[in-house]
Design a binder for this molecule. Structure first.
Ligand SMILES: C[S@@+](CC[C@H](N)C(=O)[O-])C[C@H]1O[C@@H](n2cnc3c(N)ncnc32)[C@H](O)[C@@H]1O
Ligand SMILES: Nc1nc2[nH]cc(C(=O)O)c2c(=O)[nH]1
Ligand code: SF4
Ligand SMILES: [Mg+2]
Length: 233
């Protein structure tokens, strides 16, 4: 089986609760959403990058394994557009794996949930203009989180916030997750300020207010994209 992959690289995880872990990133091409903040928008093109096989990917990964290697991050684009490829890869090669998904494809997620170890589910906001129907998308994201929790997967939700983001909207999303996902005792919400961080000049108080509101419902962390601060890939 083959998939369009734009890059396979080793770096330090710069987002979410695995921050600091040395990972090998497998970036798939193609995305079914169009977030207006996306820093990888070239990957929205399904033909971007090279079409490689599972065995070729294994070779590429093996060439860049380092002593501090923790896990593979399947990202993109939207990695779950390639669920069958990921399944074949993980059935053949037993790596610890993080899936970095937009949560919009719960049926695809269900195909691989038994083979992954960590999951990041990005909750898109209406202001991101990711898709034409926000309610449907949020429903899929909730369904994805439930599938992951049912399987006992170490999961966090992540919300990219802008200086313009409404505090009460983040509160509404956190309250829906707390109410509709059976066990949120260790389901953190990562508040991720949109990059470039210069956008947040004189707006820092807003991050505190968003964190406090989300904290009424879920365990919350405010974490910027650290790899961009470290100026690593
Ligand atoms: C490029 S996407 C690929 C995986 C998946 N499609 C998703 O949206 O999670 C990975 C993550 O990058 C983050 N991201 C992309 N552009 C960003 C930006 N300008 N500022 C902050 N985070 C950003 C989003 O949080 C997203 O979850
Ligand atoms: N270092 C680093 N960490 C990341 N975490 C999520 C990323 C992504 O683009 O999905 C990413 C990325 O592109 N680089
Ligand atoms: S879902 Fe992820 S890859 Fe797709 S446009 Fe949004 S941030 Fe970019
Ligand atoms: Mg990135």
């Amino acid at each position: 089986m083959k998939a369009h992959i734009s890059e396979v690289f080793s770096s330090i995880q710069g987002e979410g609760t695995l921050i600091g872990r040395r990972q090998i990133f497998v970036r798939f091409s193609g995305c079914n959403l169009k977030c207006n903040y996306c820093d990888t928008s070239k990957n929205q093109d399904p033909l971007y990058g090279e079409e490689i096989s599972v065995d070729e990917l294994f070779e590429r990964v093996n060439e860049i394994i380092t002593p501090d290697f923790h896990s593979i991050s399947f990202t993109g684009g939207e990695p779950l557009l390639h669920a069958d490829f990921i399944r074949e890869f993980l059935e053949k090669h037993n790596f610890k794996a993080l899936i970095e998904t937009n949560g919009s494809l719960p049926k695809e997620l269900a195909k691989i949930v038994d083979l992954i170890d960590y999951a990041s589910v990005d909750i898109k906001l209406p202001e991101h203009e990711a898709s034409s129907n926000w309610d449907d998308l949020f429903g899929c994201e909730l369904e994805s989180i439930k599938i992951l929790r049912d399987e006992g997967i170490n999961t966090y939700s992540k919300v990219v916030v802008m200086p313009s983001t409404k505090v009460d909207l983040v509160g509404y999303i956190a309250s829906r997750i707390a109410r509709e996902v059976p066990d949120t005792s260790n389901l953190s919400m990562v508040i991720q300020p949109v990059s470039p961080l210069g956008l947040w000049a004189d707006e820092e108080r807003k991050l505190f207010r968003i964190s406090e509101k989300a904290g009424e419902y879920l365990d919350v962390l405010v974490i910027p994209q650290v790899h961009k601060l470290l100026k690593v890939r």
